[in-house]
Design a protein around this ligand. Structure first.
Ligand code: GDP
Length: 304
C-alpha cells in the first residue's frame, strides 16, 4: 500500500462521517449548511468551521468539494505558513515534503498513553531510513516501564539508546545524551520525557529542567520541542497542549491514533490555537503509519 492509500485508510472513519453527511451534488447553500454541521461533528470547532466556510464562499468555485479541500488545507497550517501554501497553488507535487528538524535535538513531550514512546521509535526509524544517524534517550525515568519500552523498541530497530535507572534525574540523563550525541557526531537525538499527571512532582518544571539541560550541552536551546497528542481525546487535549506550549515552547505537534476516531478535524483547532505546525500524524500502529504531515494530502484524504 502506498503512503496516500495508508493515509486514506487511517482517516476512513472521519471521511465516512463527512461524506455521509454532505450532499456534494446538492444546492450550494444546502451543501454548505450540511458541511458546517459535519465539520463541527468532526471536531473542527466553531471558529475554524466558520473560517472554512468563508474561504469556500470567497473562492467563488463551483466545485464545492475542491473549494472545501483547499480551504481545509489552508486552515491546517499556521498563519505564517498559509501564504506559502496559497502560493504553491495546491499542486500535487507540493505534497509529501520530508520533515527536516532544525538542529540536532528533538525533545518530545506529551502525557502518558498518547503514543509518545512508540512514536519516538518510529521517528528514529523514519530518519534512519532517510540516511541520518539517530540516538534515542529514555528520559522518562519516573516510569520504568516507559524507559524499558523505548529500549526494547530501540533494540528491535537496531537504534542506540541511552537510558537511566528508575528514578534517575531526567535532566542529567538528557544532558549526558546530548553530550554523547555531540561526541559521537550523531545527526539526531530524540529525547523521550515523562508524561505523568496528577503527582506531587511538577511535570512542567521537570520538562523545563530537561530543556535547560539540553541547552547547556548543546550550547543553545533545543530548536525542536514536539508535543504528541492523541486524536481520540479530541478538543479536550487542547487545554493540555496549551500548558505544554507555555512551559516549553512547542515547535511542532504530532497527532496519533487518527485511525481510531471520526474526529480527524481536530488538527485544525490544534494548529489554529497553538499556531504551531503539525509535523507527523499517526494513522495506525505500524511504523509506516507514522507519516510526515502534508496539509493538502490530509484535506484530500478527508474529502475524497
Ligand atoms: P506513551 O504512554 O505515550 O508512551 O504511549 P505508547 O507509545 O506506549 O503507546 C500507547 C499505545 O498507542 C500503543 O499500543 C501504541 O501502539 C498505540 N499507538 C500509537 N500511535 C498510534 C496510532 O497512530 N494509531 C493507533 N491505532 N495506535 C497507536
Amino acid at each position: 500500500m502506498g503512503w496516500f492509500d495508508r493515509l486514506k485508510a487511517g482517516l476512513a472513519k472521519t471521511r465516512e462521517a463527512l461524506s455521509r453527511a454532505v450532499p456534494w451534488g446538492g444546492r450550494p447553500e444546502e451543501v454548505l449548511e450540511e458541511l458546517e454541521m459535519a465539520l463541527l461533528q468532526a471536531d473542527v470547532g466553531l471558529e475554524a468551521t466558520e473560517k472554512i466556510l468563508e474561504e469556500i464562499r470567497k473562492s467563488g468555485k463551483k466545485d464545492l468539494k475542491e473549494a472545501a479541500k483547499e480551504a481545509i488545507a489552508l486552515l491546517l497550517e499556521p498563519d505564517e505558513r498559509r501564504a506559502a501554501l496559497r502560493k504553491l497553488g495546491f499542486r500535487p507535487d507540493a505534497r509529501k515534503r520530508a520533515v527536516e528538524p532544525a538542529g540536532h535535538v528533538v525533545m518530545v513531550v506529551g502525557v502518558n498513553g498518547v503514543g509518545k514512546t512508540t512514536t519516538i521509535a518510529k521517528l528514529g526509524q523514519y530518519y534512519r531510513n532517510l540516511g541520518r544517524s539517530v540516538l534515542l534517550c529514555a528520559a522518562d525515568t519516573f516510569r520504568a516501564a516507559g524507559s524499558d519500552q523505548l529500549a526494547l523498541w530501540a533494540e528491535r530497530l537496531g537504534l542506540p539508546v541511552i537510558k537511566g535507572a528508575e528514578g534517575a534525574d531526567p535532566a542529567a540523563l538528557a544532558f549526558d545524551a546530548a553530550q554523547a550525541r555531540k561526541a559521537r557526531g550523531i545527526d539526531l537525538l530524540f529525547v523521550d520525557t515523562a508524561g505523568r499527571l496528577h503527582t506531587k512532582h511538577n511535570l512542567m518544571e521537570e520538562l523545563k529542567k530537561v530543556k535547560r539541560a539540553i541547552a547547556k550541552a548543546e550550547e543553545g536551546e533545543p530548536k525542536e520541542v514536539w508535543l504528541v497528542l492523541d486524536a481520540v481525546t479530541g478538543q479536550n487535549g487542547l487545554e493540555q497542549a496549551k500548558k505544554f506550549h507555555e512551559a516549553v515552547g512547542l515547535t511542532g505537534v504530532i497527532v496519533t491514533k487518527l485511525d481510531g476516531t471520526a474526529k480527524g478535524g481536530v488538527l485544525i483547532p490544534i494548529v489554529q490555537t497553538l499556531q504551531v505546525p503539525v509535523k507527523f500524524i499517526g494513522v495506525g500502529e505500524k511504523p509506516e503509519d507514522l507519516q510526515p504531515f502534508d496539509a493538502l494530502a490530509y484535506a484530500e484524504a478527508l474529502l475524497e
